[in-house]
Design a binder for this molecule. Sequence first.
Ligand code: PXG
Ligand code: PLP
Length: 442
Amino acid sequence: MTSRPVIDNLSSFWMPFTANRQFKAAPRLLESAKGMYYRTTDGREVLDGCAGLWCVNAGHSRDEIVAAITQQLNTLDFAPTFQMGHPLAFEAASKVAELMPAGLDRIFFTNSGSESVDTALKIALAYHRARGEGQRTRLIGRERGYHGVGFGGISVGGIAPNRKTYSGALLPAVDHLPHTHNLEHNAFSKGQPAWGAHLADELERIVTLHDASTIAAVIVEPVAGSTGVLVPPQGYLQKLRDICTKHGILLIFDEVITGFGRLGKATASEYFGVTPDLLTMAKAINNAAIPMGAVAASRTIHDTVVNNGAPGAIELFHGYTYSAHPAAAAAAVATLDLYRRDDLFGRAASLAPAFEAAAHALHDAKHVKDVRNLGLVAGIELEPRDGAPGARAYEAFVKCFEAGVLVRFTGDILAFSPPLIVSEEQIAHIFGTVRNVLATVQ
Ligand code: PXG
Ligand code: PLP
């Protein structure tokens, strides 16, 4: 049963990334959440197979995080961080820095992944300018990349519908690497596909075309999430790293989804053993309890920019009213403590084989043309319905929700990214429900 609205007017809220008319004709409303479960407004429990939007890695409404936020709001609700500070901002930054790859220990706070991406792109330009290479302004993204919805993010992003309407106003100096999705070679890969590292060599072609001296940075998601879970081919990320290093180009890993345990390590960088120069994060940084994002910059980048400023002058003209908001910072400190106390990244790593097996058990389920996975993230790609791309996955998504399991879909791909507290039984239940639902999907 689709839930009935408990309020009678759904029209004022213009919903993000939503088919508004379709949704409002048959809404799905969540009222509360605890641990692995949402509760709908009509009183049904729904198992969260996607950690909200890939963000609630410690599970919902965790007491420790709620208490920290509540106490913080009662103590210091807001404090400016422009030419002022508050202790928790510094504590949160130190705690985030501890989890970052070695050397990336300078943390700039934002309020979302989109802001983190724009911030990282701007830091890249500031760095090159500070070291006397201000002509390096070109940014390289990748087809099918998702880097949020700011003008910077959609410019380097590679999801066509997110760009089309705004195409006349995108950043002028951008190019894109090819994506790495290829079912002919890589269908049903478990973990990293064997084929495709050579696609990183396309960066050499782009560098030759524009000349290295004009290129500021390359930005990629280590595992592309939003586009439908694309796992990097073996060796691919290291090749990108090597080419960037060779040409003095900064490498940015957008870890908004992969950060904080999704792959069983604090970062994808740690998981793959490849260190970027800048790393963007958001979402699970504070279990999504309060909006927050951040950019980790290498010491070199930070020091180059900061030491280049005149004494007493602002070094980086950038920041948000809510950068390091006290409630968000309190949530981050409590969340990072919880991840450590409960070893949730280790838990994700130890669950990954069972998760992989449960996902790949659907290789012969109806409509399935690919299953792919890494850590606690998986994608199941469906054969699109003739003439109606996306309709089949949408039907599967709605039926899963009605059957008590929340999954995410994009195009005809179902995506799975449960909170890291998920149990093996719950993993089996998620994929078992999907199998049953797919059998009934047109
Ligand atoms: N970069 C990456 C890699 C992301 O995954 C963003 C930037 C933007 O973050 P904000 O906080 O501005 O949304 C993201 C966000 C989905 C989905 O359905 C994915 C995201 C957000 C919402 C939905 O796949 N990723
Ligand atoms: N627009 C106006 C008129 C503002 O005054 C400000 C901030 O002071 C902003 C936008 C930016 O808002 P934020 O700092 O929350 O990103």
